[in-house]
Design a protein around this ligand. Structure first.
Ligand SMILES: O=c1ccn([C@@H]2O[C@H](COP(=O)(O)OP(=O)(O)O[C@H]3O[C@H](CO)[C@H](O)[C@H](O)[C@H]3O)[C@@H](O)[C@H]2O)c(=O)[nH]1
Length: 154
């Protein structure tokens, strides 16, 4: 996803798609992408659950249970940003699996967490951030804000 975004803002010439011969509908890798805000909310739910416990640890998957391929991501992002995303098919990345999808049933049962945002919303949100921060927070106009946040954490 970050690489797709970087192509859209002109920081990268094209996306290298790692393989198109996986046993997936279009041959490219399928992953369970979720919105970063929902990932954060899932962590807050888990912390709240921990506070009700008398020590110990919990393990939960945070995912949507739905997978999207690299080319589906590219298409959805093109629609969100209104630009073509240049890409080339290259060799598989060693160690990659064709499909990785999370089963988040336990997170739903234990603390009612589940994803609500789909691919379109995720891409629109990612584009909003990337187009406002083409070089990210650390090297872009948000540099001072980033330094301040790091300073406060010390
Ligand atoms: O330039 C790229 C980058 C990624 N992909 C593809 O996009 C999908 C997602 O790739 P990511 O690297 O974003 O995510 P992965 O799920 O493959 O791997 C990530 O999650 C893993 C755990 O699930 C490990 O933590 C790993 O180190 C981390 O990169 C994969 O099909 C990958 O082949 C490309 O085609 N081109």
């Amino acid at each position: 996803m970050p690489f797709v975004q970087q192509v859209a803002v002109g920081r990268r010439e094209c996306l290298s798609v790692f393989g198109n011969d996986y046993p997936t509908p279009d041959g490219t890798g399928v992953r369970d992408y979720i919105h970063v805000d929902e990932l954060a909310e899932g962590h807050i739910c888990a912390l709240e659950k921990l506070f009700t416990m008398d020590g110990g640890c919990i393990i939960h998957n945070l995912g949507s249970g739905t997978g999207y391929s690299v080319l589906e991501m590219v298409k959805a992002f093109e629609e969100a940003c209104g630009k073509k995303i240049a890409y080339k098919i290259v060799d598989r990345r060693p160690g990659d699996l064709g499909t990785v999808i999370a089963n988040a049933a336990k997170a739903k049962a234990d603390f009612g967490w589940q994803t609500k945002r789909g691919l379109k919303e995720m891409c629109e949100s990612a584009w909003k951030w990337q187009s406002n921060n083409p070089y990210g927070y650390e090297d872009g106009p948000g540099k001072e804000l980033c330094a301040l946040a790091l300073c406060k954490r010390k």
